[in-house]
Design a protein around this ligand. Structure first.
Ligand code: GDP
Ligand code: IMO
Ligand code: MG
Length: 428
């Protein structure tokens, strides 16, 4: 039975939450495999808006198993707040399962994230300051604290002591800021441990059992391809692997278990934070998209940088994740534009490039090669059938599919569950 990955193809905020929520109706399990509360997934159900940072979007349906996998970094305070927030809205959270191998975001991770950004000055990454990078750093340098450690008072106390000694020194000596008191942090986190305990298990075992039982699994990516630590616009990336390959490591399932990969593509491009963005718009078209699309971050409220659809980026994402189908979102935001542009290639020093550049210096200097297409200038928000879309909207989508070499699977024309056009059933 199918395991489906839904992941971002651009710089995040493509509408992964909306697509996961739509597909989750038919799924038994929804699982996050990377990232943390740097993610902000907004889902609209019957006009009500839900903002999710750590919990999988499947939580909004009753009776689904929702997994937070080992590849996720967990800020326990944020997770507990999100669980309580959901419960207050009448959402059943009893299906939540949290990996015992996931790493825990500590207060020093958040402070280090902030201090490092200040220290970088003009070279800042524009992180969400949620402690994501420093937590993954500790994971990789093998001094991190995992959920399983948090649940063991003795183990946790000892690891916290060692970490605090090092981190407090680093914070003071390098960044000139005061660190944290051992006993205060210890008490606070042991309190979280008790509240989280009942959700914790070996989620790789849960997922593999579900696969064996023929259940339908949906993997929910956070961030996106261009923010991938290896394949994105390094160093302006996050510290995890949002690409489909990240699922195997971050959820503990084998690659042979993944059946379908859905790449979510915003009908234009946005980016929050720093780093090159070849199709960025600095004119009134960019402002129109930002205002009509309310392009302000769910997590940090920052205005998102807006630009034309970049089919080079989408094609690159397709190749890296073996994307089977695209889910195009926010087509409706372009309804009013008279002409649209799609970037179909990059030129560097006058020559067309064959590959997506690894060098950020090159990426910052490439010239986007555009194709101009006529707009459709009509309201698409109530269309439910692909053939009913205006001809020029179909031409726009089909040109993207051709250039990026990925099939169209879903087109979204509004935030609501019902505002979805299905061209290919993802769960047969
Ligand atoms: P994510 O991080 O990829 O889940 O995306 P975000 O939730 O950060 O940003 C996407 C925003 O677009 C959310 O507010 C969604 O409710 C909204 N959205 C998703 N699909 C559509 C669509 O087709 N049209 C419109 N107008 N909004 C959409
Ligand atoms: P969703 O899941 C958009 C960006 C930050 C910054 C960079 C590194 O909602 O699509 P980090 O805090 O991860 O160390 O920041 O990554 N970023 C996102 N941009 N959507 C996200 O998540 C993002 N999560 C991180 O703005 O540029
Ligand atoms: Mg988002």
């Amino acid at each position: 039975m199918p395991a489906v990955v839904v992941m971002g193809t651009q710089w995040g905020d493509e509408g992964k939450g909306k697509i996961v929520d739509y597909l989750a109706e038919k799924a038994d399990v929804v699982a996050r495999y990377q990232g943390g509360n740097n993610a902000g997934h907004t889902v609209v159900v019957e006009g009500k808006e839900f903002k999710l940072h750590l919990l999988p979007s499947g939580i909004l349906y009753k009776g689904k198993t929702c997994v937070v996998g080992n590849g996720v970094v967990i800020d326990p305070e944020v997770m507990l707040r999100e669980i309580k927030g959901m419960q207050e809205k009448g959402i059943d959270t009893s299906g939540l399962k949290v990996s015992n191998r996931a790493h825990v975001i500590m207060p020093y991770h958040r402070l280090l994230d902030e201090a490092e950004e200040t220290y970088r000055g003009d070279h800042k990454i524009g992180t969400t300051k949620r402690g994501i990078g420093p937590c993954y750093m500790d994971k990789n340098s093998r001094c991190g604290i995992r959920v399983v450690d948090l649940l063991d008072e003795e183990e946790f106390s000892e690891k916290l002591k060692r970490n605090l000694e090092a981190k407090n020194h680093l914070l003071k000596a390098v960044y000139g800021v005061d660190g944290f008191d051992y006993e205060t942090v210890r008490k606070e986190y042991l309190g979280y441990a008790e509240e989280l305990r009942s959700y914790v298990c070996d989620t790789s075992a849960t997922l593999n059992k579900a696969i064996k039982n023929g259940e339908k699994i949906l993997f929910e990516g956070a961030q996106a391809t261009m923010l991938d630590l290896d394949h994105g616009t390094y160093p302006y990336v996050t510290s995890s692997h949002p690409i489909a390959g990240g699922v195997c490591v971050g959820a503990g399932i084998g690659p042979t278990k993944i059946n379908t990969v859905v790449g979510v593509v915003k009908a234009y491009t946005t980016r929050v934070g720093e780093g090159p963005f070849p199709t960025e718009l600095f004119d009134e078209v960019g402002d129109h998209i930002r205002e009509k699309g309310h392009e302000y971050g769910t997590t940090t409220g920052r205005p998102r940088r807006c630009g034309w659809l970049d089919a080079c980026v989408v094609g690159y994402a397709g190749r890296l994740s073996g994307i089977d189908y695209m889910a195009i979102t926010r087509l409706d935001i372009l309804d009013e534009l008279a002409t649209l542009k799609i970037c179909v290639g990059y030129k560097y020093k006058g020559a067309v490039m064959d590959e997506f550049p690894a060098s950020l210096k090159v990426l910052a200097e490439v010239e986007a090669v555009y194709e101009e297409l006529p707009g459709w200038q009509s309201d698409t928000t109530s269309i439910r059938d692909y053939k009913d879309l205006p001809l020029n909207a179909r031409r726009y989508l089909e040109r993207l599919s051709e250039v990026a070499d990925i099939k169209l699977g879903i087109v979204s024309v509004g935030p609501g569950r019902e505002q979805t056009i299905i061209m290919h059933e993802i769960f047969e």
